[in-house]
Ligand binder design. Structure first.
Ligand SMILES: Cc1ncc(COP(=O)(O)O)c(C=O)c1O
Length: 367
């Protein structure tokens, strides 16, 4: 089927562009001497996670336990869950994954002694050992223990508690990913974690507590850490890109990022054309997220998108090139993660033809 014949609104990727992005990031990470553990919160699809591994990634990240369940069901066996979990129901599910998939490598992020006690208790009852990474505060002021005595105490606690194993540290500075200007972004990213690496050298190493894994970094910051001892990069958005990431600048361009190309798109239909300068499409905010601004219209720089509510998108035309009711248009989302989360299926397009359709199996699995 031709792309333009898909019923709309429809989410699709150009698979050649995705594969180019996958190869390019893997090449860049290899060049930096690091390991890639891509964050799959951007796509939530086991087939795409498997592709990332086929291109050279060591394993994957998921944000949530529910996403990890979906990935394990889809055959992915090396997963870091990057958000702390709380409460016996959740912890029991984590333990069940260990008993159900004994061959899998699973890692859970935590940042508090209570996490250690509660996870270890249920782990011991089921005779399993849970690998833990400690999330460290790296500027975002979200989760994460501060660098200092509390970090050492938490490592000591894990090391001395049966049922859990200390594997390393997560330091992800999410608030810096979209800073405009390559040099400024790299500078801020580095300075957000420099105290951590000093602390590892001066306090943890002498006590034999050097983390085996240090995981972090995103699409905007993965290059910032030269000479530091990150072992894994968790970048996620690079495979799709989006209008926000395309504007942050790269090594050569102040306000464009051409390292990777936008591959995730929404196909929408013009349903109304009330005035020559205003058309309406069938994709509102239940299709195209607007948390990071408005989507852009492909091939038509003279058109701007305005959200017209849940189901309507308003297009403002600044030229006299009107559209036709019934014609389809292609939009690039401003934020790939939150746009993808609106759809059940991702269509796979190659050379303008729809060649496959993948269920977004992790959609709705924020549990
Ligand atoms: C903990 C963590 N690691 C990695 C990523 C991926 O970063 P990006 O999508 O900027 O590449 C995210 C994204 O939110 C994240 O929360």
């Amino acid at each position: 089927m031709k792309l333009e014949n898909l019923d709309t609104p429809a989410l699709f990727i150009d698979i050649d562009t995705v594969e180019k992005n996958l190869a390019e990031m893997q090449r860049r990470i290899d060049h930096l001497g690091l390991t890639l553990r891509p964050h799959t919160k951007a796509h939530k699809i086991p087939q795409l996670a498997q592709k990332q591994i086929d291109f050279g990634a060591k394993g994957i990240c998921t944000s949530k336990l529910g996403e990890a369940e979906v990935m394990l069901e889809g055959g992915i066996k090396d997963i870091l869950i990057t958000t702390p979990i709380a409460g016996d129901t959740k912890i029991q599910r984590l333990i069940e994954l260990h008993t159900q998939y004994p061959e899998a490598q699973l890692y859970q992020v935590i940042d508090h002694p209570q996490h250690v006690d509660e996870i270890a208790l249920l782990a011991r009852q089921s005779n399993v050992e849970v690998n833990l990474l400690i999330e460290v505060e790296s500027g975002q002021q979200r989760c994460g223990v501060a660098v200092g005595n509390n970090l050492t105490a938490l490592i000591d606690k894990i090391t001395n508690t049966a049922g859990v194993r200390y594997l390393g540290i997560q330091a992800y500075s999410g608030h810096l990913q979209l800073i405009k200007g390559f040099d400024e972004r790299q500078k801020q990213a580095r300075s957000a974690v420099i105290a951590l690496f000093d602390y590892i050298d001066t306090e943890l190493k002498p006590r034999n507590l050097t983390p085996k894994i240090i995981s972090g970094g995103g699409t905007g910051t993965y290059q910032a850490y030269k000479g530091l001892n990150y072992t894994e990069i968790q970048a996620g958005s690079y495979l799709f890109m989006d209008a926000s990431y395309s504007n942050i600048g790269d090594e050569e361009h102040q306000d464009r990022n051409l390292q990777f190309s936008p591959a995730l798109k929404v196909l929408s239909t013009v349903i109304s054309h009330p005035t020559p300068n205003r058309a309406v499409i069938d994709a509102g905010m239940k299709s195209l997220s607007i948390d990071l601004g408005m989507p852009t219209v492909d091939f038509r720089q003279d058109i701007t998108y305005q959200c017209g509510g849940d189901e309507h998108g308003i297009l403002h035309l600044s030229s006299d090139q009107t559209l036709k009711i019934g014609q389809t248009i292609v939009l690039t989302p401003s934020h790939c993660d939150t746009t993808l989360n609106n759809f059940d299926y991702l269509h796979v397009v190659k050379n303008g033809l729809v060649v496959d359709k993948w269920k977004i199996a992790g959609r709705g699995r924020s549990d």
